[in-house]
Design a protein. Structure first.
Length: 225
């Protein structure tokens, strides 16, 4: 039953994404100064939003695990962290492509870009830490602590555009920048299927974590004989 729900959700998300791509390619005009490449914002920004939402969920999971010691929260935490890293990578890569067209460079040590990279590396370190610890409860405890500490960087990344006047443009949604209402509606509309895909990936990873824990339990029981 759960798999059918995931398949159905995936089909709806794919249909919405295809519809949005068609509309933003045929129904929206080019941006006056940036031209067609501006359309990448409809994936670049929602990917960042999804990434930060996943990291916030990992923060909640970390706090919940430390309070309850329930390994289900640990499974949820690692699942949303991995999905957040995937969307964070999409944000960084799409930003580099955008920068290459507009600025003529793939990368610059702009505050927003650099802080986002540091944030991504911190959460990648979270996964490295998990692989270094075999004992489940100790791994869950230290992972929860690292997830909580790593989230302290997220607000800095989010507000870095407003705080620092660097090469990265001012935010068009929460700052001095302006965005046409049609662009704004499309941006939020395109966030919906990305959120749906993120939810599907988290659900799949949690099922994998549950099965892995069952296998580990059987392995430990076999070693006990």
């Amino acid at each position: 039953m759960r798999e059918r729900i995931l398949y159905g959700l995936g089909a709806v998300a794919a249909a919405l994404l295809v519809r949005n791509i068609w509309k933003l390619l045929t129904g929206l005009p080019d941006e006056a100064f940036q031209g067609a490449i501006f359309r990448i914002i409809f994936f670049h920004v929602p990917a960042a939003f999804t990434c930060f939402l996943c990291f916030f969920s990992a923060l909640i999971a970390g706090v919940a695990y430390l309070k309850s010691k329930n390994l289900k929260w640990d499974a949820f935490g690692v699942s949303v962290t991995e999905v957040g890293l995937a969307f964070g990578a999409a944000n960084l890569i799409s930003g580099m492509i955008w920068a290459r067209i507009i600025w003529g460079i793939w990368w610059t040590w702009d505050w927003r870009l650099t802080s986002m990279l540091i944030c991504w590396l911190l959460y990648a370190g979270y996964l490295v830490l998990r692989r270094a610890i075999e004992e489940p409860t100790e791994r869950a405890r230290l992972s929860a602590v690292m997830s909580i500490l790593s989230f302290s960087v997220v607000p800095f990344v989010f507000f870095s555009i407003k705080w620092f006047r660097t090469q990265h443009p001012q935010p068009v949604l929460f700052g001095d920048g302006k965005m046409d209402s049609g662009y704004r509606v499309m941006l939020y509309t395109n966030w919906i299927p990305l959120l749906m895909f993120a939810a599907i990936l988290v659900a799949v990873r949690m099922m994998q974590e549950r099965r892995q824990r069952e296998i580990d339990a059987l392995r430990r029981a076999a070693h006990a004989f």
